[in-house]
Design a protein around this ligand. Structure first.
Ligand code: IMP
Ligand code: MG
Length: 179
């Protein structure tokens, strides 16, 4: 796996610093609210596990799975709910936890369907943001770091369902995509 990586963008330590900054900010902002973290599977699962432990106020968690990508590196525009939430959202201050905001098509769809379920409020926390690539009108309330228009893997992010278990963020060697 390591041999497929061309360069490391964020080390495990860089990521931990980013995540604890986000956790601190969220704990402050939501201290008088009814926080529910909603992780969008599968990419945000590693981020979610670290973020929830850096949050120091009571919160609940839930998971939702949507598909937006095939095995390539671009959003198809077709978003499908694969697994829905268990919790009824009424009265909760929802914070959607996402790995990366790219075209924004996935999150603008997810946000729309969750808004229709009448949560008290709805916010977005993304670990990474690629603002240059935005097509949908969606922005993050909390963003860990902006990244350039390059495909990154690791820390939950995949290429063809692989590399999610890398403990850092890297860019793959070009020959991996050619295979
Ligand atoms: P969007 O709908 O284009 O914003 O796509 C968002 C989803 O695409 C993310 O949740 C990721 O699963 C995936 N994605 C976007 N960019 C990358 C990347 O650089 N590496 C891995 N997955 C990515
Ligand atoms: Mg993905």
């Amino acid at each position: 796996m390591e041999k497929d990586i061309q360069k490391v963008y964020f080390s495990g330590e860089d990521i931990q610093n980013i995540v604890s900054r986000l956790g601190k900010q969220i704990s402050e902002d939501y201290k008088d609210k009814n926080l529910l973290l909603v992780s969008i599977l599968k990419g945000s699962v590693v981020f979610m596990a670290d973020l929830m432990r850096s949050i120091t106020i009571p919160c609940r968690i839930d998971f939702m799975s949507v598909s937006s990508y095939g095995s390539g590196t671009k959003t198809s525009g077709v978003v499908k709910i694969q697994k829905d939430l268990d919790i009824n959202l009424e009265g909760y201050d929802l914070l959607i936890v996402e790995d990366i905001l790219d075209s924004g098509k996935t999150l603008s769809y997810v946000r729309k369907i969750l808004e229709a379920r009448n949560p008290a409020s709805i916010g977005i926390c993304t670990l990474f943001d690629k603002p240059e690539r935005r097509e949908a009108d969606v922005y993050a309330d909390y963003s860990g770091a902006e990244v350039p228009d390059e495909f990154i893997v690791g820390y939950g992010l995949d290429y063809d369902e692989k590399y999610r278990n890398l403990p850092y963020i890297g860019v793959l060697k070009p020959e991996i995509y050619a295979e």
